[in-house]
Design a protein around this ligand. Structure first.
Ligand code: 6PG
Length: 243
């Protein structure tokens, strides 16, 4: 696994390009299972931070049919929308339906953000306490894996361009006002993503091509291209976004 020292926003050595999203999701599911097996050789649990959005959904659906040590994997969310868990926009709802329910994942292994629509700041602080309880004595969460997507505006998690969370370097998990939604999101801060042992971007769709080009080879402008703040260990891309 690459060390953080040789991580750069664009690291061609760790980029894999696929002809289709389905193949990308299949390969990512294979890699997920391998990462779990490798981790559990010398740790008692595997902690993963999940991405929302449509790209990883097929990965989650693939995982539901794999033979995984479900009692030793703990599922967290890297970001969440400020909506109840039964709302169509909820990342918790999407993951529950795609993976957690079909695989009958033990409830004690599932750690959703307890959204508080009226008081997002307290919900973010509460989730940070949950994370700190899982990773005591750590400067930031010691994820075994962080899964990330990227939007066509180069956001990742809920680190959107020109938002306050981009400059958060102490808190692990924050509420983040996003003007274009006229609402709050919840997100891991950049250092709380970069602390992952494995950090994988899964990106698909021609609409992301320009954003990826800016993240990889544009000027360094993290306010405009927030994904530049992240130092991933792997990029899983479909051909339409990589070309
Ligand atoms: C979210 C995600 C977000 C997502 C990107 C890409 O809550 O929406 O965490 O960062 O990964 O918006 O979404 P798609 O995979 O649907 O393109």
């Amino acid at each position: 696994m690459s060390s953080s020292s040789d991580r750069t926003p664009s690291n061609p050595r760790t980029t894999r390009i696929f002809d289709s999203l389905a193949v990308l999701q299949q390969e990512a599911a294979d890699a997920f299972c391998a990462a779990v097996e490798e981790t559990l050789e010398n740790k008692d649990r595997f902690c993963v931070s999940l991405s929302g959005g449509s790209t990883p959904k097929g990965l989650y659906q693939q995982l539901a049919s794999r033979d995984l040590p479900w009692d030793r994997i703990h599922w967290f969310w890297g970001d969440e929308r400020n909506v109840p868990h039964d709302d169509a926009d909820s990342n918790t709802k999407m993951v529950r339906e795609a993976l957690l329910q079909p695989a009958s994942v033990p409830e004690q292994n599932v750690h959703p953000v307890e959204v508080n629509v009226e008081d997002p700041a307290s919900a973010a602080m509460k989730y940070e306490q949950t994370l700190r309880g899982f990773f005591p004595e750590q400067p930031f969460p010691a994820w075994d894996l962080v899964l990330l997507g990227m939007g066509d505006d180069a956001h990742t998690a809920s680190l959107f361009p020109e938002t306050a969370a981009l400059s958060e370097d102490e808190r692990w998990f924050v509420e983040n006002w996003v003007e274009k939604f006229e609402g709050y999101r919840y997100t891991l801060s950049p250092p709380a993503i970069n602390s992952g042992e494995r950090i994988w971007f899964l990106i698909s769709g021609e609409s992301k091509r320009e954003a990826l080009k800016n993240v990889w080879s544009g000027e360094r402008n993290t306010d405009q291209f927030p994904s530049q703040l992240i130092y991933p260990t792997r990029w899983y891309l479909t051909q339409d976004v990589a070309s």
